[in-house]
Design a protein around this ligand. Structure first.
Ligand code: FAD
Length: 444
């Protein structure tokens, strides 16, 4: 345990390492039984505790106050089993996502989760936030990869169901309560994930596109022509592509800064000879139909990595600004262009906003916005929130496509859930955590 001043070397987010952690103390359990004992104690004494995973969430989910304890999963970091027959991997919650990806690969299997924070995020945090990322279009969100979970309830009860089976209709699927619950209902201690056959081919391209309608048509064309191999289709608006690849960043632009939209396309397959020609002919057909203005294909592993680093390294986008605000809204694809233009135009007219940088998982209807500001005052943040979220309800969108609600989006939960849904969520919280000790005040 860390306390008595030693906890001050720790922090609550990987982007705020200069701000000492406010807490009564940090505990580092090494086993599920220890998590259970600690929670029994905290529950008996009604002590509040905040769970720390890899600290990469973007909604203030791991922030603390000095009267709260922190429980870190970092010492529960063992991969327990790779089952090649069942195609599963079972690990403790504190294992870093990238380690799981590599271990799966070393066993000739594939864990499709992929997003910019994979080198720091822990699998417990990833499951708790039901993280998405760049391969949701083909493989679904984290939820679709979770076969089994072990969880400790706030009262200390251990609920263990580390099943490796895909089909199980024996009553309620209890694991679903904890996936995406942001640590409000229990502490995830172990996870069993479904793996896929490791793809033998990976091709990637960047395309410059003239209109948003052409982006949608390109998505449909590539999806059809790659017959199941399309694994990512990510979009950057021109402003964002320029910000990521200008002279001040270390990333070289593979295409000139001339086009309104830039699409990152990835194909994963298992037939080396056929997959390449399919990918190439898809792009050729798109060019012939006038759906793209220019395109560049990555021709080696190194080039694929370089291409994707432009899309993945969103930290570069924050650097030029005094302060930033991050959004991850969901919208139906048909209204996305008009909404993004309207939000960007309105925000950039405000004197305290410098730039709005839109990009996202376009095939999933998920747009990220990085809003660069001259000032981090709460009053300005609120004004920006009100503009970004103003039409979500009307379009049946979501205030959070993948990052969750945490502390920062609580006031806007009503844009995405009815009052009846919120009431039921609160009833569940009270049932699982009657004394409200675990990750209190998150979500609502
Ligand atoms: C550069 C960058 C890119 C990102 N890209 C994406 C993206 O594309 N898609 C996406 O979905 N997210 C993305 N994120 C957000 C973030 O990486 C995910 O939310 C991630 O899943 C959080 O994992 P973590 O281990 O860091 O959790 P933390 O940040 O430590 O915690 C997240 C929440 O889960 C709780 N928690 C943590 N561990 C547990 C546990 N074992 N049991 C119960 N509750 C727990 C915490 O209390 C907190 O409420 C990105 C973040 C960054 C910094």
């Amino acid at each position: 345990m860390l306390h008595g001043g030693n906890e001050k070397n720790r922090f609550s987010h990987i982007w705020a390492t200069d701000i000492p952690l406010a807490t009564k103390g940090v505990v580092f359990p090494q086993t599920t039984e220890q998590v259970s004992e600690v929670l029994k104690l905290f529950n008996a004494h009604q002590e509040e505790v905040v769970i720390h995973g890899g600290l990469t969430n973007l909604v203030g989910g791991t922030q603390t106050t000095s009267n709260q304890w922190v429980l870190s999963l970092e010492k529960m970091n063992k991969i327990e089993e790779v089952d090649k027959k069942a195609k599963t991997i079972t690990a403790q919650a504190g294992v870093i996502l990238e380690q799981l990806i590599q271990t799966a690969s070393q066993n000739d299997l594939f864990l499709p989760l992929n997003f910019g924070a994979k080198g720091s995020a822990q699998i417990g945090g990833v499951v708790s936030t039901n993280a998405g990322g760049m391969r949701v279009f083909k493989y679904g969100m984290t939820r679709s990869l979770v076969l089994g979970l072990e969880v400790v309830l706030p009262t200390g009860t251990i609920i263990s169901s580390l099943k490796k089976i895909i089909k199980d209709n024996s009553g309620y699927d209890l694991k679903q309560f904890f996936i995406g619950a942001e640590g409000t209902l229990g502490i995830i201690t172990k996870v069993c994930l479904r793996l896929y056959e490791r793809p033998t081919s990976r091709y990637a391209a960047l395309a410059g596109v003239h209109t948003f309608q052409q982006v949608i048509s390109l998505l449909r064309l590539m999806n059809k022509s790659l017959s199941g191999n399309l694994s990512s289709f990510e979009l950057m608006w021109k402003s964002t592509y320029c910000a990521a690849t200008n002279a001040n960043t270390e990333l070289n632009p593979p295409l000139p800064h001339d086009y309104p939209f830039y699409v990152f396309i990835e194909s994963l397959g298992n037939d080396l000879s056929k997959d390449f020609s399919q990918f190439e002919s898809g792009l050729t057909e798109a060019a012939e139909k006038g759906l793209l203005l220019d395109a560049v294909m990555a021709n080696s592993k190194r080039e694929v990595k370089m291409l994707w680093s432009i899309r993945e390294d969103t930290q570069i986008l924050r650097k030029p600004f005094v302060a930033t605000q991050h959004f991850d809204i969901s919208l139906p694809i048909g209204v996305m262009d008009a909404e993004v233009s309207s939000i960007t135009g309105t925000l950039e007219a405000l004197p305290f906003v410098e730039r709005v940088l839109p990009f996202g998982h376009i095939a999933d209807g998920n747009i990220h916005l990085v809003v660069g500001k001259k000032d981090d005052s709460p009053e300005y943040s609120e004004k920006i929130n009100a503009i970004v979220y103003r039409n979500l309800k009307k379009h049946l969108g979501s205030v959070s496509a993948e990052h969750g609600i945490g502390l920062q989006k609580k006031d806007y939960l009503h844009t995405s859930k009815t009052s009846q849904e919120i009431a039921l969520m609160k009833t569940l919280k009270t049932t699982f955590d009657p004394k409200n000790i675990l990750n209190p005040n998150r979500i609502f």
